[in-house]
Design a protein around this ligand. Structure first.
Ligand code: AMP
Length: 162
């Protein structure tokens, strides 16, 4: 039941100075951050992370997505908690910010639509990636983090050291 999920604050989140606000959403919900680093990926690494995207969304989406994901650094997080994968997707909201519900990260901090992204020939800039299911989370955490970069520790709530 305790799971770890990979969360990426995409280049738009970093450039817009939203890292803190987004991270706070997860901390406020009681999740534990067990890994965090800033990294600037290249297209080869992007292809490894989005290995199935061409199949699911088409070659054009893969191309614009790689351009987007390599245009600046991302903040990679490993987030731990109860049913973390499903719970984090709920907090993140749907892929298209235009239709993502208010109260979700994408609904509150972005508003781009599929139609606009298509017209501009760019990716949906939706601030954040979160693993889609538990199996995917395991593969993605292992891709982005070395074992030594992941930390097991007790929060103040677990140790009552206030
Ligand atoms: P997915 O794994 O299906 O959520 O897609 C990965 C990412 O690709 C999304 O979070 C968006 O940033 C981007 N994306 C997905 N579909 C489209 C699309 N039709 N047009 C532009 N960007 C897209």
């Amino acid at each position: 039941m305790i799971e770890r999920s990979l969360v990426l604050l995409k280049p738009d989140a970093v450039k817009r100075g939203l890292m803190g606000k987004i991270l706070t959403r997860f901390e406020d919900a009681g999740f534990k951050i067990v890994g965090a680093k800033m990294t600037w990926i290249d297209k080869d690494f992007g292809k490894r992370h989005y290995a199935d995207i061409a199949e699911r969304r088409g070659e054009k989406v893969l191309k614009v997505l790689l351009n987007f994901m390599t245009q600046g650094p991302v903040m990679a997080l490993c987030v731990e908690g109860i049913n973390a994968v499903e719970n984090i997707r709920k907090i993140v909201g749907g892929t298209e910010p235009k239709s993502a519900l208010p109260g979700t990260i994408r609904g509150d901090f972005a508003h781009i639509s599929f139609a606009y992204a298509d017209k501009e020939n760019k990716a949906i800039e939706n601030l954040i990636h979160a693993s889609g299911n538990v199996e995917e989370a395991k593969v993605e955490v292992a891709l982005w983090f070395k074992e030594s970069e992941l930390h097991s520790y007790k929060t103040a709530y677990e140790t009552h050291t206030f």
